[in-house]
Write a protein that binds this ligand. Sequence first.
Ligand code: TYD
Length: 131
Amino acid sequence: MSNLGQLIEIPTHRDERGSLSVAEIGGVLPFVVRRAYWIHGTKPGVSRGFHAHRKLNQFCVCVSGSARFLLEDAKGRQEVVLDRPDRGLFVGTGVWHEMHDLTQDCVLLVLADGEYDESDYLRNRKDMGSA
Ligand code: TYD
């Protein structure tokens, strides 16, 4: 199986007050963040994503709740459940991704290395080279 989406343990400072997780350059973040967005309030049964990016790299964290990622590239498929605020998923260039089973309390934070650009989207699986 190819290593499509890299699961990353996020350094977390835990003490008697609770926890604080950190994503920074030189740490777990492999790129400079130029955009952050978050998906929340997802209606039951709704799936999202269904695209890959030509150039964009993203780092996803389910800061609340959980979501199941389906990842695919020319080499294979992988399923990953994000259900912890101290774990991130790196979704690199050219990886088809779908998000399923988002819980009602799911807040999915996405850090990206580029601004929103519709022309960067590959929305047809055929363009992935594997379908
Ligand atoms: P969409 O790409 O459909 O989200 P997903 O891939 O998670 O299903 O995005 C929903 C809407 O939000 C769409 O109208 C585009 C807009 N959008 C922005 O304006 N900026 C952004 O950074 C993102 C990710 C989406």
